[in-house]
Design a binder for this molecule. Sequence first.
Ligand SMILES: Cc1cc2nc3c(=O)[nH]c(=O)nc-3n(C[C@H](O)[C@H](O)[C@H](O)COP(=O)(O)OP(=O)(O)OC[C@H]3O[C@@H](n4cnc5c(N)ncnc54)[C@H](O)[C@@H]3O)c2cc1C
Length: 403
Amino acid sequence: MDLSYGAEAEEFRKEVRAFLKEAWTPAAELRGADLKVFIKDFRLKATDKGYLYRAIPKQYGGSEQPVDVIKAQVIREEFGKMRAPMEMGGNGMNMTVPTLLEKGTEEQKELFIRKTMSGEYIWGQGYSEPGSGSDLASVRTKGELSADGTKWIINGQKIWTSQGMQSTHMFMLVRTEPDAPKHDGITYLLIDLNQPGITRRPIKQMTGEEGDHTFCEFFFDNAETPVSWQVGERGQGWYVSRTTLKHERASIGSADGLGNQFKKLVELAKETGRIGEPIIRDRLAQIEGFVLSHRYTSFRLFSCSAAGEDPGNVQLMMKLYLTEIGHEMALLAQELIGEYAFIEPEGAGGRGPRGPRGPEKWMDQIMGSLGNSIAGGASNIQRNIIGERGLGLPRDLAMSGEK
Ligand SMILES: Cc1cc2nc3c(=O)[nH]c(=O)nc-3n(C[C@H](O)[C@H](O)[C@H](O)COP(=O)(O)OP(=O)(O)OC[C@H]3O[C@@H](n4cnc5c(N)ncnc54)[C@H](O)[C@@H]3O)c2cc1C
């Protein structure tokens, strides 16, 4: 493991700092639409310099840089320190764009990539259905070709769509070959969500979250999408959905996040006057052990990635590890706060644009930490992956069975 970034990276860091000093100085009074314009302009300048949208070809508005995990990490660190905005986040940049770059047609790339980068198109992920979550290949939402063969007609339901209220478009998995083996009968489609055949309904959550960020379920009743919006071959959607952003993935960001959360937990133990209790100290020490080993494992992954080496099975464990430690911390916080965790202090701010604060923030974390361990593959599924791919155990029959 090599923990230094090297002289070349430190030179590059100076360049990035100088750029930020010059370009990222939003006047304190900038708000709303003015701030949005400033950020849009800043992102264009940062892309011109090669700092943002590095994996996106220039012809679609990216900066098309050679893969370099160390430079990418330096950029993340320096932008983070200055609280300067990086690329647009969300499903669009994390999933739709990489999938289109690898499997999309030229028309699809032209139509969708720039508008996703600018935030005009916001993408919902249409994978889960009632009855199809962990066993995603059992999706039942149906896609049938129109009589003239130009459109897919879609009927069925999707659920748990994050940011569903905001989404303008969806990438979805639909069953188009009902008689084929289950992994082979699925097609990957893009669809415009604003059309008469689609009903979206927000799902009320126990955290009380409402508005743009809430989950939605979608009902498709003869909804339509052009055949030219199908990504990859008909019936091969399962394999298209396996595409992810392969470039510059290694980052030590999540390890920093856990470390910061642990510091806050120790502060909370002090504030509640319980830092001296042996049982609390014991639990804090155990959690710190996990936080530190996660941190050093992420250093290891990062340095393997920078050296172009395969880190092996350890990377399969990171999601499980991250979400379990987060949940342990949240549980201890709940115990420290006790019944006050359920009380929103008068005037504490609540869930305004800046989110919850005070004890309620910890409650949010407690409930959210469960969500994190389910989203993107529940913990038991992560354990199956470690067992099967990492340790070579026999495959889970429930998942591999044919439909
Ligand atoms: C915060 C959050 C955001 C999400 N966002 C989206 C989104 O944007 N789009 C989308 O499509 N979906 C989304 N989901 C849904 C998510 O993908 C599913 O909830 C997840 O895949 C689990 O499916 P399920 O809820 O149907 O649970 P189930 O699959 O029914 O699982 C229930 C329990 O059984 C266990 N289990 C199931 N099968 C096995 C097995 N073979 N072996 C061992 N244990 C097993 C699971 O681990 C789990 O503990 C989101 C979920 C959350 C919590």
